[in-house]
Design a protein around this ligand. Structure first.
Ligand code: 0WD
Ligand code: CA
Length: 371
């Protein structure tokens, strides 16, 4: 009954919008961000089944000099593009609740990639995004909304672009092994279904957030395993390249920062996929590296914006949610701002036939949080 389209529209109100800050504003507020604490980790196996183990965890190994990032391209097992569903993350959160008696109030639950997009929005001048949002028992759920046409577009990437994407995965394979003491070399053919993910809890301003994200590998350092993010980027040959790279560092920074990943290892490559140099970056040092540069960005602007965004969403969604299964949509347009709308009913959610959901949340999870 919950998934029937609603005919009663009395709860609807006009959409509201908020324009994000000008980048030249004198001084953003300092909004605290709590160091992320690990809650649980899990693995997706070759069949894309989730298991609560570190089976898919990899260890960092220095790659061979001049490695070919096109190697193994024809053997790439490519996972079809998926909608940004929260299912895996929700299973992990449910498992955490089962293991730990205490259940602290969570303000936001989201994949890390979604939070990265939100926080870096003030500097995004090209790619817009849309989120679906639900609110239940004080918790907001964010999922990226990817329309069917956009999904198809992503799946039909041009061959040239697909090769560029593959370079990143091949770099991961040249840099990782399933054992910590393995020799340098190819780590095995690329299968994008296999992933190791970690879930952390953190806090931005007054909002407690639980974030899940993929971790590329760990580095054994003394008694602790330190998480490492792997990236590839074109060789820097001049001033313009350097500017472009510093801009990319904003996304690298927040992506790793949000999950508490302390190190990012960048493999620089030629346009046709030959590895040239490998450079490690300490995540927390990146903001200082770009400070004062012509194309500099300020992480404080992003945190200030992120905090205001979350507060704004919460205020409007809590106020406007009449039925708990309501789904909201946030649309971000670069250089314009964000707009929040209440979708009429769950029928507009494009829930595929046979999917058992309330709004975009899986029914099993919905029943768990309702009980
Ligand atoms: O909102 C998102 N970013 C989505 C995440 C949309 C749909 C699904 N997911 C899944 C991811 O596949 C993963 O299982 O959620 C889980 C966690 O993702 P995340 O850590 O939040 O994702 P993000 O930070 O955007 O990306 C991390 C890595 C990427 O590494 P690079 O170095 O390129 O940032 O996840 C991989 C990719 O290796 N990845 C994907 N691989 C294949 N297809 C995809 C994809 N659509 N999205 C991310
Ligand atoms: Ca990566």
């Amino acid at each position: 009954a919950l998934k029937q389209p609603r005919t009663d529209t009395s709860h609807l109100h006009p959409s509201v919008s908020l324009v994000y800050p000008s980048l030249t504003q004198p001084s953003p507020r300092t909004v605290p961000f709590q160091r992320p604490l690990p809650l649980i980790s899990f693995s997706y196996n070759q069949g894309r089944e989730l298991e609560f183990s570190d089976a898919a965890m990899r260890y960092y190994i220095d790659p061979p000099p001049g490695a070919d990032l096109g190697y193994g391209y024809d053997r790439w097992v490519r996972r079809p593009e998926e909608k940004g569903r929260l299912d895996g993350l929700l299973r992990a959160i449910s498992e955490t609740r089962r293991r730990e008696a205490s259940d602290p109030a969570i303000g936001v639950i989201s994949w890390r990639g979604t939070m990265t997009k939100i926080l870096t929005a003030p500097y995004e001048d090209r790619d817009g995004w849309e989120l679906n949002i639900m609110h239940k028992n004080g918790t907001l759920y964010f999922e990226e909304f990817i329309s069917d046409s956009r999904l198809k577009e992503k799946d039909d990437t041009a061959p040239h672009q697909r090769v560029q994407m593959y370079y990143g995965y091949a770099f991961e394979s040249w840099c990782t092994a399933s054992q910590p003491d393995a020799p340098s070399g190819w780590g095995g053919d690329v299968d994008t279904s296999v992933q190791w993910c970690r879930v952390v809890k953190t806090k931005l301003g007054d909002t407690r957030i639980v974030i899940g994200g993929e971790v590329d590998c760990v580095k054994n350092s003394g008694e602790k395993d330190l998480m490492v993010e792997l990236k590839t980027s074109l060789n820097i040959r001049g001033y313009r390249d350097e500017e472009r790279f510093e801009k990319k560092l904003l996304k690298f920074y927040f992506q790793s920062f949000l999950l508490g990943v302390p190190e990012i290892i960048v493999g620089f490559r030629t346009p046709n996929g030959q590895l040239t140099t490998v450079q490690p970056f300490k995540t927390l040092e990146i903001p200082r590296m770009v400070r004062g540069k012509p194309n500099a960005w300020d992480a404080q602007i992003c945190l200030d914006w992120g905090d205001r965004f979350l507060t704004w969403v919460r205020k409007n969604v809590v106020w406007g949610t009449v039925t708990p299964e309501s789904v909201w949509r946030v649309k971000f347009t670069p250089r314009v701002g964000v707009e929040l709308t209440l979708l009429h009913d769950t029928g507009r959610m494009e829930v595929a036939a046979g999917e058992d959901r309330v709004g975009f949340l899986p029914t099993w999870y919905w029943e768990e949080i309702c009980s």
